[in-house]
Design a protein around this ligand. Structure first.
Ligand code: KG4
Ligand code: ZN
Length: 334
């Protein structure tokens, strides 16, 4: 089965072609980082306009790189949500007519399920059941994937997403956008123990996350000590990163042990972070958990992951009607 996948939920325009659910024939990602960088965050109106400009060339390149043409395909997968409505609409508005004209089955994919399916594009795909920590710019949540395509929400952020916290702290420190990669680079020169930022504790001891406290405390620290020398900026970046990593690792391990789940998947843009990857790896070894982390380029937004999830849904007989449309707050599980 050869499937074309289209992703445009936020600020990456992406298309990919996947054969048999595992063999990636092409993956094209057009980043809009340079467009949003001057604003320190994604500007929704600019994002949808840029998607409109590049979506057709991106899809054409994905097909050309894969050496397939539209009639060769067995289906089309498109991200339906969650995401920015204007951005999602562009992907859906391209996928639907392509499916109609070429009489191809269409399937709608949840972006978060896509992130989870990035872990199936490796030589060591996870077996169900597993616990998935999805950490991105818009979401931070733990899902129990009991069986293929079946999810239960175990915990989620009560305020900011982890990636959002990285982006906001980078902006506070004047480091640029997107925040995650630049904080990670800046932190290399800093001491992760230099500053103690608060670790959020849930009063009910649940598996939920909170990142607004650490963000506010970084903001206060920066205001009180401004202007910061380069060495201090590095210490703030390293200490902030260490705090977020500690919170993510603790909650994930605790939830896995509590629920008796032996396998863990780490995915989403923030899963590209080297410190998080290493820390969860170490914790997994310590607690006898099997950890699966996709390569970095499959953790951040891409269409390969959407195509992987879409292929499983198509194979299960799922079809989206041509009346399908973007759902900005689409949930994966409750
Ligand atoms: O999954 P993603 O590409 O898009 C969304 O679905 O949101 O995640 C983007 C987020 C951004 O907040 C970005 O700062 C963060 O992932 N990110 C990182 C790293 N690379 C990207 N955060 C920490 N360390 C990184 N190396
Ligand atoms: Zn994402």
């Amino acid at each position: 089965m050869v499937v074309l996948g289209i992703e445009s939920s936020c600020d990456e325009t992406a298309a990919a072609v996947l054969a048999d659910g595992r063999r990636l024939l092409s993956s094209v990602v057009a980043s809009q980082d340079a467009i949003h960088a001057p604003y320190g965050g994604v500007v929704p109106e600019l994002a949808s306009r840029r998607h409109l400009e590049v979506i057709v060339p991106v899809v054409e390149k994905a097909l050309a790189d894969a050496h397939v043409s539209l009639p060769d395909l067995d289906g089309i997968a498109v991200t339906q949500g969650p995401g920015l409505v204007g951005s999602l609409l562009v992907g859906c508005s391209v996928a639907k007519p392509l499916a109609y004209v070429h009489r191809l089955p269409l399937v709608a994919v949840n972006h978060l399920e896509g992130h989870i399916y990035a872990s199936f594009l490796t030589d060591d795909p996870p077996e169900h059941p597993f616990l998935a920590l999805v950490v991105s710019g818009g979401h931070t949540a733990l899902y129990h994937a009991r069986a293929p395509l079946t999810y239960a929400l175990v915990g989620q952020t009560r305020d900011d997403a982890a990636g959002e916290a990285f982006d906001k702290v980078a902006k506070l420190l004047g480091l640029g956008f997107p925040g995650g990669p630049v904080i990670e680079r800046t932190a290399v020169a800093g001491d992760p123990k230099a500053i103690t930022f608060p670790l959020a504790q849930m009063s009910d001891g649940g598996a939920d996350f909170s990142f607004s406290g650490v963000k506010t405390s970084v903001s206060l620290y920066v205001k009180q000590r401004a202007p910061l020398a380069a060495a201090e900026v590095a210490d703030v970046a390293a200490s902030f990163q260490a705090t977020v990593v500690k919170m993510l690792v603790r909650k994930t391990v605790k939830a896995a042990l509590h629920q008796g789940i032996k396998r863990v998947v780490l995915t989403g843009g923030v899963a590209a972070n080297g410190r998080l990857r290493e820390a969860l790896e170490a914790a997994a070894i310590e607690h006898g958990l099997r950890l699966h982390i996709p390569p970095r380029h499959l953790c951040t937004d891409n269409a390969a992951m959407i195509t992987a999830a879409g292929t499983v849904r198509l194979a299960a007989g799922e079809r989206a009607p041509l009346t399908m449309n973007a759902i900005p707050d689409l949930a994966l599980a409750v």
